[in-house]
Design a protein around this ligand. Structure first.
Ligand code: IPE
Ligand code: IPE
Ligand code: MG
Ligand code: MG
Ligand code: MG
Length: 296
């Protein structure tokens, strides 16, 4: 029998999947290959951690609503696009994602590039469809996603990742790279989920930001650990891809033990940041634990 919390996390996934079904076009007509590739890359078994963080942040405020699923769908589409492009030959050159061929292997490179582009613009379209929010908050949500998915976040982090390949980085440079390429979208998920309720106080948003920054960095550290420790079968992506590509990672620079203790330290920081919240933040606490203890 699944715990109440497991059921809640499952219901977050169901809600965002239903919203993604609504916004991503069915594969038909002259551009059906593009739509097929977008749907292939979104509906193939992602863990939906970022959508869950949106819902959990809204529930911590006590107020998830119909906007939450839309914000969650927006961040998941950005995430799916980032993975399609991350796997391309010009980037990590990976053939396997979520246990199936990557988008450019299943389709072709040009289609994979366009599927990423399409998902990115659909994410912003989704943010124009929020209900009962003052325009100032709606614009803030669009600004946060533009920033944290783009040049002040994920895209910059990916650029540093590529530029750092084969180089020795300091711990600070490594933090910069991980905070941008992965932490930024996690921060966007949490903060946007909370803001879209239109009920969050500044103090709550600040606490949630601290939570997200800690767990966002821990997320990528655990991803680096799993690249070393897990198996291709369990990961659904090629184990050892980082070392094959001579990537600068937490494990290559600090070693497995330090990487593990850093993930634990950040986990603790993330939980500490939630101290102003009661049991309403239990889903966020459960997600933090999942993020650092997951095996895939
Ligand atoms: C993988 O993210 C890419 C990183 C940012 C480390 P996830 O582990 O959330 O991937 P899916 O969506 O569950 O496949
Ligand atoms: C990905 O980091 C970060 C993104 C912005 C997509 P990785 O390159 O380590 O992600 P995986 O291991 O391929 O999922
Ligand atoms: Mg990468
Ligand atoms: Mg990769
Ligand atoms: Mg990785």
């Amino acid at each position: 029998m699944a715990s109440e919390l497991d059921q809640l996390l499952h219901s977050y996934t169901q809600q965002v999947d239903a919203q993604l079904e609504l916004i991503i076009p069915q594969a038909a007509g002259p551009a059906s290959k593009l739509y097929k590739a977008m749907r292939y890359s979104v509906f193939n078994g992602g863990k939906r951690v970022r959508p869950a963080l949106c819902f959990a942040a809204a529930d911590a405020i006590g107020a998830s609503n119909s906007n939450t699923a839309k914000v969650a769908a927006a961040v998941e589409m950005i995430h799916a696009y980032s993975l399609i492009h991350d796997d391309l030959p010009a980037m990590d050159d990976d053939d396997l994602r979520r246990g199936v061929p990557t988008c450019h292997i299943k389709f072709d490179e040009a289609t994979a590039i366009l599927a990423g582009d399409g998902l990115q613009s659909l994410a912003f379209k989704q943010l124009t469809e929020l209900a009962d929010l003052p325009a100032s908050i709606n614009l803030k949500l669009i600004a946060i996603l533009s920033d944290l998915a783009g040049c002040n976040g994920m895209v910059s982090g990916q650029a540093v990742d590529l530029a750092s390949t084969g180089k020795q980085l300091s711990a600070d440079e490594l933090d910069y790279m991980h905070n941008h390429k992965t932490g930024a979208l996690i921060e966007a998920s949490v903060v946007m989920g909370a803001l879209a309720t239109h009920q969050a106080t500044d103090t709550q948003i600040e606490a949630l930001k601290q939570y997200a920054r800690a767990i966002g960095l821990a997320f990528q550290i655990q991803d680096d650990i799993l690249d070393v420790e897990s198996s291709t079968e369990e990961l659904g992506k090629s184990q050892g891809s980082d070392s094959a590509n001579d990537k600068a990672t937490y494990t290559s620079i600090l070693g497995l033990e330090k990487a593990r203790s850093e993930a634990e330290r950040l986990h603790q920081n993330s939980v500490d940041a939630l101290s102003i919240f009661s049991a309403s933040a239990d889903p966020l606490r459960a997600l933090a634990k999942f993020i650092v203890h997951r095996s895939f």
